[in-house]
Design a binder for this molecule. Structure first.
Ligand code: C5P
Length: 266
């Protein structure tokens, strides 16, 4: 029996880098939420492993053991045929490959293997808002996060994550303001504006396209980069304003990936 699963876009509403371990990995403090856009997967038991890739972002996606979904199935101890519809840009700061891998682990009951597949995979096992700390292994659900209307903008540049971490000069930065309780959306937004993505400046310094993406979101209540980029998000008040903003940006920048999304609240 085929299992169909959805692998949502992951958005780091905040991403504070608070230190670096002896092995080079960075310590993070991040509020992560998930959107209603994502990749779609069908997982079928099969005599040997096979990965088929389709969809608008299928170009360049490996169909062998380099693909995290292949490795996820292997770790689950089964051979499967996986059809992967890539709707999300990859290497884009919104967790594409990690979310795909987490969806496979969940479908096959192999969640315990998440961290070996990457720092972002544990947080992608749930689609609820979570605070992610350590190098990504420490995840706890966060309540009181409103569903948000966001425009996601990817200007089509690929920014390798290790390069962005290398360009980050100061490794020890203050963590998130840990008072994670908000009376309403306005209080949440006021809090969010005060937080940071410490990777935004190092990513943008080598990539003017990221600054251009942030600039197109200047009408938003808040514009920030997700993950190590290059996708940026803008927060808008409601479904109508977000739709209008996305249409306007898409018209100005027809080559960019632009999506109006709603995040899952808690
Ligand atoms: O774990 P993942 O494969 O997503 O990490 C990609 C790269 O990003 C790592 O090889 C490392 O250079 C960097 N990274 C880091 N600290 C983290 C996560 C990733 O330095 N917490």
């Amino acid at each position: 029996m085929a299992i169909e699963v959805f692998a949502p876009a992951k958005i780091n509403l905040t991403l504070h880098v608070t230190g670096q371990r002896a092995d080079g990995y960075h310590l993070l403090d991040s509020l992560v939420v998930f959107a209603d856009v994502g990749d779609r997967l069908t997982i079928d038991p099969a005599p040997r492993m096979r990965v088929d890739v389709s969809g608008p972002f299928s170009v360049g996606v490996p169909r062998d053991e380099r693909n995290l979904v292949w490795r996820a199935a292997e770790l689950a101890g089964v051979t499967t045929q996986i059809s992967l519809e890539k709707n999300l840009p990859h290497g884009a700061g919104i967790g594409g490959g990690s979310s795909d891998a987490a969806a496979v682990l969940r479908a096959l009951g192999a969640e315990a293997h998440a961290l070996v597949l990457g720092s972002d995979v544990p947080v992608c096992l749930l689609d609820a808002p979570q605070r992610m700390r350590g190098i990504g292994e420490n995840v706890v659900p966060v309540g009181g996060v409103p569903a948000l209307h966001l425009v996601l903008v990817n200007p089509g540049v690929h920014v390798p994550t290790p390069d962005v971490f290398k360009r980050l000069k100061k490794k020890e930065n203050p963590p998130m303001d840990a008072h994670l309780q908000w009376s309403d959306r306005a209080a949440f937004l006021a809090w969010l504006i005060e937080q940071r993505n410490d990777l935004q400046a190092p990513a943008a310094s080598g990539n003017p396209a990221i600054l251009a993406a942030l600039k197109t979101l200047k009408g938003a209540e808040l514009a920030r980069m997700s993950g190590s980029g290059s996708t940026c998000f803008g927060v808008y008040p409601d479904a109508e304003t977000v739709r209008d903003a996305a249409a306007e940006i898409a018209e100005k920048q027809p080559r960019w990936w632009v999506e109006a999304v709603t995040t899952v609240g808690a």
